[in-house]
Every structure is written in C-alpha cells, then in structure tokens.
Design a protein. Structure first.
Ligand code: AHR
Length: 508
C-alpha cells in the first residue's frame, strides 16, 4: 500500500464549476443523430422520433449543454437544408464523413429535442464554406421573435417561439487540413471577427467562442490562438480547445499521463490569451471552452473513419470504452474541474454511438459505456465550489522519463453547501493507496458514502449483451482518526467519497 495525503480548507477555493462544464456534443456523424438520439420507428420513439430509452440515459447522465451540428460536419453544412417540410429537404453528399445526409433532422428538431431533454443548445456556424452573412441569418432564424423574413420563416415552419440560443461557436477546427474550408489563422481571425460583429449587433445577449487549435499537437498550436485572439479579442468571450487522448503501442503509463497534458494545454492557452490581453492593457479575461474532449484512438485512423458508397448514418467511430479508458477520462474530467476558474464550458465528444457516452443498437437496445459513470458522478456532485487542494502522493514515470502523480483528484462543495465530494483516480494499477484526508473548516463533517468503479480486467467494456460489466458499486465507509479521514483507494479505480458539509446534513 502506498500513502497519500490531501488537505482541504473550506476557505481556499479555485472557483465555481459551472454547469456548462458538463456538456456533450451531437454531430451529424455516423449514428450519433440517426439511430442515436433520433430514430422514428424505434419502439421507444416519441411522436417526433426521439428515442426515449436514450433520453432516459441522457437524463441520468446529467449532461447540461449540447454542441451541435458539428464538428467537421458544420464546415460544409447549409442550415437551410435542415428546416421546413421534411419531405422537401435535400439529400446531400456530406464531405466531412463521406456519408449521405438526409436532413431529416435539423435545427428545429434539435431545439425541440434539447427542450424535451432539458439541455442548453450550443450552436456552431459554418465558417468553412460559408461566412458572416449566413451566420447572421441562422441567428436571425433562431433568436429573433417575429417580424423579419427569417423569424417569420421559423413561424411558418411550425416553431413560433424563438430558440434563444446563447452560446455560439464561430466555426470548427479551422486550422485543420481535414477541415472543409480550412484557413490560415489570419484569414480565420478576420472572418470570425466580422461574423461575431454582425451576430452581436443582431443579438447582443449571445456568447461567442472563437476556434482555437484542433489539438495541442498541431504545428501552428499557440501561435494560431495568438493570431486569432489578436483579431477577435474584443468580440468573443471564449477560445476553444479540443483534445482526444490516445493509447499508443499498448503503453498504459503514457496513456494515463494524457490527462496531465490537458492541464498543461489549458495553462498554455490561458498564458496566450492573457498575453493578448496584456498587449492591450485589458482587464478582460478570455474564458476557455473545451468543447471537444474524450479518449479516442481505436477508431481514429483513416481506415475506420469513413465507409465506401456514401452510406446513410454508417456505424463509424464507435469506440467501445474500457475500464482503463474510464480512468483517463475521469482524470481529464477532474483536471477540467480543477481549472474551473478559466474553463467555463466543456463538451465530451460525443454523446451517443460516435465516441459516445451512450451506445445504441439501431432498432434495439441502449446502454452505458464505462466513461458514462465518472461523467454522471461529476455532473451530479461537482457543480459548486471547487476547493484548492494540497495533494501529496507517489508518482509514476511515463515513457519520456517525466513523472506524474499517481492520484488525480478534485474536491467540490455542492451549490447548496450541504455536501462535499472528493473525486479520485488512482493510477497505480498494482496497489491501493492509503489516503489521509484533512478537511479543515468541515470539523462537524460526517462521511456519507463512497462509490468505487474498478475491474479485474482493465480491458473490460460494456456491451449490449453485458451492459453492466463495468459499473460503480458502493464502497466501504471511511473512518476518522484524530480528525483525519482514512480512505483506502483501490488500485486502478475511479472513486467518489461524499461527506456532509453542514451541521444539519451531518446530523441528518
Ligand atoms: O468528434 C469527432 C471529430 O473530431 C469532430 O467532427 C472534429 O471537430 C474533430 O476533429
């Protein structure tokens, strides 16, 4: 058994973990929309074709905000194709994923689905093949109440109430060679600035996200963000980050360390954004929207990304996540939570089937992937005040010799201040960790429960036939010795330890 200590003080905080940190992403890609959230004819589909089995899992997951309609897809998308009478909508060859897009699902269906699921929409505009004018028109269609050509068109389409979308992404991964209509930083920066200007004039209440790099490994990383923010600083609130974590050559230690690189990535983008602010002597702080993140490597290579013959909703990018993946996922999630003073929105890519938290069979069953559970725990218990943790623990060495802490952890005082949750990933695969937890300012605290997820087989996955192979169980109670909580964190585990944080809840 190795030892670790965590010291928390109620008075020392990082910031507020916003509900938008617990977002996800629905793209017209593979079976995310068709056969995922939308499947008229499915036994559970409602009158609009929304699968209710999936809807129930989404509610259980506690996801808050959904980015739509892409992703790479948005950069070739004409939003007009997806509104109005369904039988008149065009079928298109879709160049991001080499599929046929039927347009049976579009903006209004998405908004209706969000309302039913209790989700905030986060829309992306096409700055690949289109530009500022189209972005302005989509905003008019969505947010203007009535009395203009496009708001009246929405009425005609059967949606009289404005959708009132607050959060908008100015394009997607515009730095990437695989993006339809990719641009240089300067080209994109000026286009994003002009689009933002028009959109804001039309609806000053919106919040805008400029595209950052499509990953930290891009050759133009950091310089891209600098140039884009020099152009857009005055007209956007956020810069985006995208990160997908891979396991190469079966190297588990390097894979585990991917989560730490998330923290480094965030710190680097904060430095760049604040550098742009400094040049202007501006007190404004650009916030971070980590609007695509997940583990993704098995289905990432070119061979599995598309299928020949322009199929409709092909089964592509259907990553089956293991217990090991859930550890990296959980550690990355905790890293986002620990940077909540600057990361104000985040979206797991994606929600269903496509690198999804939830899997479905078209026409059949739906189930939870391993990564579902860390997300569910965090969305339920990590909205609130994030405490500034002092953690001491053992380390492990990655392939490049760099050492990383065995434990990744975050502690959150709930919104109502009645409970405190300590989230923990133990990246030591061989030994439990004997964790001593000091809770200063919570002296009346009482242990409530713990939830632990681990598996004998780190390659275990959940499947349609064995949907509960990996899932959390209630863990042992914690004991307090001399005012210090003694926790035993199992090897290779995700766990949550919950404490009462007010005298009333402690008494109850
Ligand atoms: O989430 C899958 C794809 O990954 C998205 O379409 C794109 O933005 C990213 O490269």
């Amino acid at each position: 058994m190795t030892k670790a200590t965590i010291v928390l003080d109620r008075a020392f905080t990082v910031g507020h973990a916003d509900q938008r940190l617990f977002g996800s992403f629905v793209e017209h890609l593979g079976r995310c929309v068709y056969g995922g959230i939308f499947e008229p004819g499915h036994p559970t589909a409602d009158d609009e074709g929304f699968r209710q089995d999936v809807m129930e899992l989404i509610r259980e997951l506690g996801v808050t905000v959904i980015r739509y309609p892409g992703g790479n897809f948005v950069s070739g998308y004409n939003w007009e194709d997806g509104v109005g009478p369904v039988d008149q909508r065009p079928r298109r060859r879709e160049l991001a994923w080499f599929s046929t897009e039927t347009n049976a699902f579009g903006t209004n269906e998405f908004m209706s689905w969000c309302t039913k699921a209790g989700l905030e929409p986060m829309m992306a505009v096409n700055l690949g093949t289109r530009g500022a004018d189209d972005a302005r028109e989509l905003l008019e269609y969505c947010n203007v109440d009535r009395g203009t050509a496009l708001s009246d068109l929405r009425h005609q389409h059967g949606y009289p109430a404005p959708h009132n979308v607050k959060l908008w992404c100015l394009g997607n991964e515009m730095d990437a060679p695989w993006q339809i209509g990719a641009k240089s930083a300067h080209e994109y920066g000026t286009l994003a600035r002009e689009s933002a200007k028009l959109m804001r004039w039309l609806d000053p209440s919106i919040e805008l996200v400029a595209c950052g790099s499509s990953s930290r490994s891009m050759a133009t990383f950091a310089e891209w963000e600098r140039v884009v923010l020099e152009e857009t600083f005055d007209v956007v609130e956020y810069i985006s980050l995208h990160g997908y974590f891979s396991k190469h050559d079966d190297k588990s230690r390097d894979f585990m360390a991917e989560a730490d690189l998330v923290g480094r990535y965030i710190d680097e983008i904060i430095a760049v954004a604040d550098g742009v602010a400094a040049r202007r002597r501006s007190p404004k702080r650009i916030m971070l929207s980590f609007d695509e993140w997940n583990v993704w490597y098995r289905t990432r290579d070119r061979a599995t990304r598309t299928k020949p013959g322009w199929p409709e909703a092909p089964a592509i990018l259907e990553e089956l996540f293991t217990m090991e993946d859930a550890l990296v996922f959980g550690a990355a999630l905790l890293t986002l939570i620990n940077r909540c003073n600057r990361v104000k929105a985040a979206c797991v890519a994606q929600l269903v089937n496509v690198i999804g938290l939830i899997m479905t069979e078209t026409g059949g069953r739906a189930w939870r992937q391993t990564i579902f559970y860390p997300f569910k725990h965090a969305s339920e218990w990590a909205q609130g005040t994030v405490l500034d943790m002092r953690l001491t623990c053992g380390t492990f060495s990655a392939g490049n010799g760099e050492r990383f802490p065995e434990i990744v952890s975050a502690a959150v005082l709930a919104e109502d201040e009645k409970s405190l949750s300590l989230f923990c990933v133990n990246r030591n695969f061989d030994q439990p960790i004997d964790l001593a937890l000091s809770l200063r300012g919570f002296e009346f605290g009482k242990f409530v429960e713990s939830h632990v997820m681990t598996s004998e087989d780190l390659n275990a996955t959940n499947t349609a036939d064995d949907p509960e192979r990996v899932k959390p169980v209630i863990g042992p109670d914690a004991a307090s010795r001399d005012g210090v909580w003694q926790l035993t964190v199992p090897p290779a585990s995700w766990s949550v330890y919950r404490f009462a944080a007010s005298p009333e809840t402690a008494a109850g």
